[in-house]
Design a protein around this ligand. Structure first.
Ligand SMILES: Nc1nc2c(ncn2[C@@H]2O[C@H](COP(=O)(O)OP(=O)(O)OP(=O)(O)O)[C@@H](O)[C@H]2O)c(=O)[nH]1
Ligand SMILES: [Mg+2]
Length: 216
């Protein structure tokens, strides 16, 4: 049975404990969602952007950005880009300092599809909880794109604790009046709000306690 002393000790631990959360965006869609997150007060949530496209990365106003390129063995190299390289952590180091990862990505293209599962693997080594939030391609983008997305989605389902997938086709039904760029922006905004809604309730001691008890 838990004594008063145990309870006080636990309370002291919880008071010093802060669950560390990061949103990690991979590929074009992932980086767009991270850019949206910079416009919202996310209460100390870390932001990380990863892409092969350095021009696109430049549009994301955050410190932790990584350019991906293929190495000769077919793997990927993540290199840090941005203002102050000396102080930048590697992706591994960032994951070591993260308790909850929100991995966001569009699937069906090349970058997010290939690298989101890989980033999820790195997160799995260090993080207690991984939420993967994926945008699925439009049907008109073709069967190849759909198959690629499905494969990556299955991989993410094996690695992450929770996977939320959102079909881009729903955008056309929900916002028929919007052009594509505005519709993407609206969905990206909704994803950021969804993450915020998940994060906001787990800032109190009681909620930390609950999360910790479910982690064992
Ligand atoms: N919701 C949303 N979907 C997007 C956005 N940009 C592209 N998409 C869709 O997401 C899927 C993947 O696209 P991207 O994320 O641009 O692809 P990528 O991972 O950067 O891959 P490559 O550019 O091919 O290397 C496609 O189906 C696009 O139609 C965005 O900002 N928001
Ligand atoms: Mg891209």
């Amino acid at each position: 049975m838990e004594t008063k002393e145990d309870e006080t000790e636990l309370q002291e631990v919880l008071n010093t404990l802060k669950l560390r959360k990061n949103i990690i965006g991979v590929g074009g869609t992932g980086c767009n969602i991270v850019r949206k997150a910079t416009e919202v007060d996310m209460h100390g949530v870390g932001l990380v952007a990863i892409d092969v496209d350095s021009t696109h990365l430049e549009t994301v106003p955050i410190e932790n950005k990584y350019l991906i390129c293929k190495d000769p063995t077919g793997g990927f190299i993540f290199s840090s880009v941005g203002a102050d390289k000396e102080e930048r952590d590697t992706i591994d180091e960032i994951m070591e300092k993260t308790d909850i990862t929100f991995l966001v990505s569009g699937l069906g293209g090349s970058t997010g599809t290939a690298t989101a599962p890989m980033v999820a693997e790195i997160a799995r080594e260090h993080c207690a909880l991984i939420f993967a939030i994926c945008v699925l391609p439009f049907k008109v983008e073709g069967a190849k794109s759909g198959k690629r997305a499905e494969k990556a989605l299955n991989e993410l389902e094996d690695i992450a604790d929770t996977v939320v997938s959102i079909k881009n086709d729903r955008l056309l039904e929900t916002y028929p009046e919007l052009d594509m760029v505005d519709a993407f922006g609206t969905l990206d905004d909704l994803i950021v709000r969804f993450i915020k809604a998940v994060i906001d309730p787990i800032t109190s001691d009681e909620d930390c306690k609950e999360v910790l008890s479910t982690l064992g």
